[in-house]
Design a protein. Structure first.
Length: 255
């Protein structure tokens, strides 16, 4: 059904159908031991935020695409189990069998019991995990914009690029005071200090992106302006900004 007019009712008019992801809820509701303390939320899961469609990691750019869903992760500086990004992979073929009308008063539980894969990306802690996850077909990589973390032992970058060409590797993490064998994804480089993109990051092709600049109005309302950027991958200036046809370094823009 199409959105054709203002004030349409998403529940009564069957505008939205949703699929339930129980893996997320299990991690969110879990109680785990961290050191000598019991903590809520396995892996510090706060829900989900960023998502994108991309080929299987390590495969051809022209191959079948899958859904990748990134956890929101609490930025608790006292925890030691929240320094990885967590990304679930799903094959959405035939997901019509799970989709149900969305009712906020009575949420359904129709969905796949488990993801195809569960990946971990060692970035250091961030504030609420990956906010925007975007597959860039030009590079074959996944761009991850975050609100940077506050742990002093990490650089606390705002932007990471997950290498879409390197197959996942086996590694171990600590969760619930146990060592667990997991699959890890690789980063192109450690990360970048780039202040924008957490509220919107959209690859356009050929290295161009639309990126959101979020701010607040004088009365405290959230707002965003969209700017066109060119990806460079440079250590200090990963993007350059286009303003009325003129290309400017990001350093011209003050947050």
């Amino acid at each position: 059904m199409l959105i054709t007019r203002p004030d349409m009712d998403a529940e009564k008019e069957d505008l939205v159908r949703a699929v339930y992801l129980p893996e997320v809820l299990r991690d969110y509701q879990a109680q785990v031991k961290v050191g000598n303390k019991m903590e809520l939320h396995r892996l510090a899961c706060s829900g989900i935020d960023g998502l994108t469609f991309a080929p299987a990691i390590g495969s051809s750019k022209n191959s079948k695409k899958y859904l990748y869903v990134a956890y929101g992760i609490y930025g608790d500086t006292t925890r030691t189990d929240n320094d990885n990004q967590v990304i679930l992979k799903y094959d959405i073929q035939n997901w019509e069998k799970y989709a149900r009308r969305l009712s906020q008063g009575k949420l359904h539980q129709s969905g796949p019991d488990k993801p195809m894969d569960k990946y971990f990306v060692k970035t250091g802690n961030t504030s609420y995990g990956i906010q925007n996850l975007a597959y860039d077909a030009a590079t074959g990589n996944l761009f991850a914009a975050v609100y940077h973390g506050s742990k002093s032992q990490y650089p606390n970058y705002d932007l990471f690029v997950i290498d879409g060409h390197k197959t996942p590797v086996n590694t171990e993490i600590t969760s619930d005071n146990q060592r667990l064998k997991v699959k890890a994804l690789s980063l192109v480089t450690k990360g970048w200090h780039f202040p924008w993109g957490a509220t919107g990051l959209c690859p356009l092709g050929d290295g161009w992106f639309y990126i959101s600049h979020n701010s607040k109005t004088k009365d405290g309302q959230q707002q965003s302006n969209i700017h066109r950027y060119k990806w460079t991958g440079d250590v200090k200036t990963p993007f350059i900004w286009q303003n009325n046809g003129e290309i400017l370094p990001v350093s011209y823009l003050k947050r």
